[in-house]
Design a binder for this molecule. Sequence first.
Ligand SMILES: Nc1ncnc2c1ncn2[C@@H]1O[C@H](COP(=O)(O)OP(=O)(O)OP(=O)(O)O)[C@@H](O)[C@H]1O
Ligand SMILES: Nc1ncnc2c1ncn2[C@@H]1O[C@H](COP(=O)(O)OP(=O)(O)OP(=O)(O)O)[C@@H](O)[C@H]1O
Ligand SMILES: [Mg+2]
Ligand SMILES: [Mg+2]
Lengths: 256, 256
Amino acid sequence: KAEIIAIANQKGGVGKTTTVINFATAFASLGKKILVIDMDPQGNASTGLGIESNNRQNNVYNLLIGDININDTIQKTNIPNLDIVPAEVSLAGAEVELANLENRLYRLKNSLQNTVDTYDYIIIDCPPALGFLTLNALAAADNLIIPLQCEFFALEGVGHLLKTIRLVQQQINTNLQIKGVLLTMYDKRNKLSDLVAADIRNCFKGKVFETIIPRNVRVSEAPSHGQPVLLYDMNCAGSKAYINFATEILSKPNTN
Amino acid sequence: KAEIIAIANQKGGVGKTTTVINFATAFASLGKKILVIDMDPQGNASTGLGIESNNRQNNVYNLLIGDININDTIQKTNIPNLDIVPAEVSLAGAEVELANLENRLYRLKNSLQNTVDTYDYIIIDCPPALGFLTLNALAAADNLIIPLQCEFFALEGVGHLLKTIRLVQQQINTNLQIKGVLLTMYDKRNKLSDLVAADIRNCFKGKVFETIIPRNVRVSEAPSHGQPVLLYDMNCAGSKAYINFATEILSKPNTN
Ligand SMILES: Nc1ncnc2c1ncn2[C@@H]1O[C@H](COP(=O)(O)OP(=O)(O)OP(=O)(O)O)[C@@H](O)[C@H]1O
Ligand SMILES: Nc1ncnc2c1ncn2[C@@H]1O[C@H](COP(=O)(O)OP(=O)(O)OP(=O)(O)O)[C@@H](O)[C@H]1O
Ligand SMILES: [Mg+2]
Ligand SMILES: [Mg+2]
């Protein structure tokens, strides 16, 4: 049975999508069968994994609102062992449409039931908000990874995120656990990165992953080639960090 | 009568809040009377302008949902000529609560009527989404400034943003104009920045501001001191760019 991992943080631009794309690719290259769910209407994870914007007729919106079988929305990527349910802009409408539907928080969870036995991991990319799309991801997930930029504003929203997670754990998904906090865009030349990293470690005692993802220009270049950085430049600091991260996750067995 | 400017882009982490804080401060230092409206539940603009999180009892949530007079929510900042209506985390609930209210798109516009004669400019920070909070800002605004990071994913969401703006112009606020696109976090060492900047200029013919905001570590350090970068380090590249930006805006009179 697949372990379902959501990557969420309502703060924008902290590296959620970049983490989904590259962590999923690293896992796939280690032989794990991976399904990525792109729950962000911007569709950045779909683009970063090479799915053309005109090739997303069957997508997450159909899954949540249209009630079609997930197996009709899954596409192969050109990365072995890595499939995706893509997103496109229609998904933005789902945030409001979900508000009036039965089972509005469990639509994703119910859909995933038809495919949990096919994959080792299902990895969900979330938009920068704590609305129905992210709540659907948290309702469906066993574990949550929180990417945190090593910047001052990153700490501001953490309290609200933790409060929301506690509510989800009490009322929607008692199974949900925080697998850990991943420090991203760490810049060793910037003394702020160290201060913020120390603050984050203090706040999340023991839950901060050893692996730190450095700010690395090759990481931000890769999406313009429709490729994960692991394929674009596998020897750069960004790729090495994401490979270390996948290895670190594998060493922490799923406790659910 | 104040010119109302919204700073919006649903892509996260592109520099919306940083632009609001520093552009507003530059204007205030040029003697303009400025009111900032923080429409983002993360409350980053409020923090960056030094409003302690326990000093936001009267805030944007009360304005939109509680119907109190805007003049009871306006606070002075420690920057002369710069006032703010702060945000705190309760605002996250407004996204859903607004859905069921009368005049749900015009709550902010109606509130601002009581204060347009007191200020030269009213500047609105938006969250990274195109929900009711951002739609309220677009309904109230005369002009819109779109910060765009010089990174590949930044271009992805622009189509959707422009479509939403056109809908707003047709159905909600015929007055709304795009004042321009501001290139942010430009890194001259990264060849991607130039490629993306060229793409953006191509897509927004004539609407891209001359001023480019460089990636500059002092900009990201300033919020941890509760100060705009203009006060934290007014000689750094980031401050100079925001001062140039304010001067450029003043040279483009409001055409509404
Ligand atoms: N380690 C890194 N080094 C350099 N650039 C990075 C790194 N990680 C991400 N980026 C770049 O930073 C930007 C933001 O990253 P990304 O889009 O993954 O964040 P996000 O949290 O998914 O954003 P959103 O909140 O909009 O969904 C992107 O342009 C991305 O290419
Ligand atoms: N010119 C710059 N140079 C360096 N860092 C910057 C610059 N502009 C913004 N930043 C930093 O980048 C991060 C994102 O900026 P900011 O929070 O202003 O973006 P935003 O679009 O408001 O994000 P959100 O979508 O979450 O509201 C912040 O940590 C900020 O300090
Ligand atoms: Mg993303
Ligand atoms: Mg912001």
